[in-house]
Design a protein around this ligand. Structure first.
Ligand code: SF4
Length: 149
């Protein structure tokens, strides 16, 4: 199968801190599949490291970093650039809780470590395109998808 995966989950040091979120379980599960690695924030030209950002508002979509810089356009563009790399993809696995990649929850925009229901910008774009998105904690669902082929 052809699977899109957040670059940080595969061990690339691309997070805002300049670190990664490598998942050895995922890497083992996916080792016989074609992997397309994407990081929308890096594709948008944001630096590594960079200030952490959170979604301040969903409607209209406003994303700011913790220094109050508006990075909405960078996040939107990064999502589009990343989508461009996922032609004919079977499904996608993205990092939970990220303002780009979170598929179920994101931080609430107050930079106080509180999660709320909602999708990151990239995950939301994929959802609207009808592409299945899991996060790295949904291992049983990912296994089922892989078994179906
Ligand atoms: Fe990982 Fe996504 Fe953040 Fe890039 S944008 S560091 S892939 S969570």
């Amino acid at each position: 199968m052809k699977i899109g995966v957040s670059a940080c989950l595969l061990g690339d040091s691309v997070t805002w801190k300049g670190s990664h979120n490598e998942s050895l379980i995922l890497k083992e599960l996916l080792k016989d599949h074609e992997i397309i690695k994407v990081c929308p924030e890096v594709l948008a030209g944001l630096s590594i490291p960079r200030n952490p950002s959170e979604i301040i508002s969903f409607q209209p979509l406003i994303i700011k970093d913790n220094k109050n810089n508006d990075v909405s356009n960078e996040f939107k563009n990064g999502a589009l650039y990343a989508l461009d790399q996922l032609n004919d993809i079977d499904f996608v696995i993205l990092k939970a809780n990220s303002p780009s990649c979170g598929n179920q929850q994101v931080y609430d925009g107050t930079f106080s470590h509180r999660l709320v229901e909602g999708k990151g910008v990239f995950a939301d774009l994929l959802f609207k395109k009808g592409i299945i998105v899991f996060n790295e904690n949904q291992i049983d669902e990912i296994k089922k998808c892989l078994e179906k082929g």
